[in-house]
Design a protein around this ligand. Structure first.
Ligand SMILES: Cc1cc2nc3c(=O)[nH]c(=O)nc-3n(C[C@H](O)[C@H](O)[C@H](O)COP(=O)(O)O)c2cc1C
Length: 443
């Protein structure tokens, strides 16, 4: 017979694969002493596992769903790991477990389910590219996660190792397969870094947390963009108004501002109501040039208005003078703008708000969209009070000097609403911008 084991050694045996000699009953006497010290669960665990002879270190009773649910509270980045098979087939899968491993030699790694069908193919190729997705890449992630047939259209570039590459990824790391360590039901894959690069310097990575996607909010990064912090504070002040509008109308309502010549969407409410749109438009930007967003310049100095017109004309290669001055005058007279041409509104959304077209052909697309905007604006100016084909509505939030400091955007009007509802949209928007102006004057 062995003497009763000290308490410390009992604690150790919870975590160690440990077995005492059969027939050793003495350790039983330690269990009541543990009761006073240990949390209830540990005590229950010990009572059910401590047979007097054997301590089993398996913590058992954690079901896969319990494990997933709990671990889902830990945020991860999202990467698409891609490779090109010899026969020409591209392969790729979504990975949340990507991490840096070693500096010298430079190694990165990820954990992959050994039972999956994509991993054996990646392994066979022996080299891969890790594309860390940006916060505007939720659609890319979903395309790869659901194995959408056109998913590789998002990986249109090619890396040094010949793997498909997502052109505007937050970060990409091109690797040769270094080694594979089996761990539980997963393999820990180590990649030897051959080449790497970051995408848009100011871009943020996509995050995955509790089954949802989003972007990090890092105050120090936000403060890096000059001029952003003050307008973010203004946007926060008027947030109750956009929330009320979104609730009241069942549409998305956003607030935007001009920062360094670009319109930036700062906050949004009612997100998810727009068909085919990215999850959120917050953080999207587009250039403030004629004939886009006249509500930001209609009350500005003449010099600013001239710059707006000149820059738009330069980008489009067409003189916008006539239409742009008319737009500014109509915006001042009515106090809001309704964008009426639905195909234009949805192309604008795709190019700028969902940030799908920014790489590659962006220059050409901006020219096209500016020309369309000009044609659309002249059309709208003919019948300014007709809201019947409105796709989006916009109104300024002005400070005490009358200058536009923020814009309020009503997005996602579907096109089948009756004229009473559209008038209610306009009136609700104008009412909200009026109240927002008051809120800012009190702040
Ligand atoms: C956000 C997210 C993160 C994921 N992270 C991993 C991961 O780290 N390791 C893994 O094996 N699977 C991960 N998956 C699941 C794989 O992408 C998925 O199981 C795989 O594509 C299934 O296809 P397969 O059987 O062809 O491999 C993740 C999925 C999502 C949506």
């Amino acid at each position: 017979m062995r003497a009763p084991r000290p308490l410390a050694s009992l604690w150790g045996s919870i975590n160690r694969r440990h077995s005492l000699a059969a027939g050793d009953q003495g350790a039983n006497q330690d269990v009541p002493r543990l009761k006073a010290l240990a949390p209830r669960r540990v005590f229950d665990f010990m009572q059910s596992h401590y047979t007097g002879e054997v301590f089993v270190s398996r913590p058992t009773a954690i079901s896969p769903s319990e494990y997933r649910r709990a671990l889902g509270h830990y945020p991860t980045g999202v990467a698409v790991v891609t490779a090109q098979e010899e026969g020409g087939e591209p392969v790729g899968m979504v990975i949340g477990s990507f991490t840096s491993v070693s500096l010298d030699p430079p190694l990165v790694g990820f954990l992959v389910d050994r039972g999956g069908s994509t991993w054996p193919r990646l392994r066979e190729v022996g080299k891969f590219c890790v594309n860390v997705l940006g916060d505007h890449h939720e659609d890319v992630c979903r395309a790869f996660a659901s194995k959408a047939p056109d998913r590789f259209s998002h990986a249109s570039a090619t890396s040094e190792t010949g793997s498909p590459r997502v052109p505007d990824a937050a970060l990409w790391v091109d690797c040769d397969l270094d080694s594979v360590l089996p761990v539980g039901d997963h393999d820990f894959v180590l990649g030897r870094v051959k080449d790497l690069g970051i995408g848009d310097e100011g871009g943020l990575p996509l995050l995955f947390l509790r089954g949802g996607y989003g972007a990090p909010r890092i105050a120090s990064l936000e403060a890096e963009a000059p001029g952003l912090s003050p307008v973010l504070r203004l946007a926060d002040l008027v947030r109750p108004e956009i929330e009320a509008v979104a609730r009241d109308l069942g549409l998305e309502c956003a607030v935007s501002a001009v920062v360094a010549g670009e319109v930036v969407i700062l906050a949004a409410a009612g997100v998810g109501t727009v068909r085919g749109a990215a999850a959120t438009h917050v953080g999207s930007t587009y250039p403030l040039v004629a004939p886009l967003s006249p509500w930001f310049v209609a009350w500005a100095s003449e010099a600013e208005q001239r710059r707006w017109i000149a820059e738009g004309s330069r980008l489009a290669g067409v003189d916008f003078e006539a239409v742009a001055w008319a737009q500014l005058e109509a915006t001042r007279r009515r106090g809001y703008v309704a964008i009426k041409h639905r195909p234009f509104a949805s192309r604008f959304q795709q190019l700028f708000l969902d940030r799908r077209g920014i790489e590659g052909s962006a220059g050409e697309e901006i020219t096209t969209i500016l020309l369309e905007a000009a044609a659309n604006a002249s059309d709208s100016l003919r019948d300014v009070d007709d809201l019947s084909v409105a796709a989006t509505m916009h109104a300024p939030i002005r400070d005490q000097s009358g200058r536009t400091v923020l814009g309020m955007d009503l997005i996602g009007i579907k096109g089948d609403e009756d004229s009473t509802f559209l008038r209610r949209c306009r009136d609700t928007l104008l009412h909200a911008t009026g109240r927002a102006t008051q809120l800012l004057s009190l702040a």
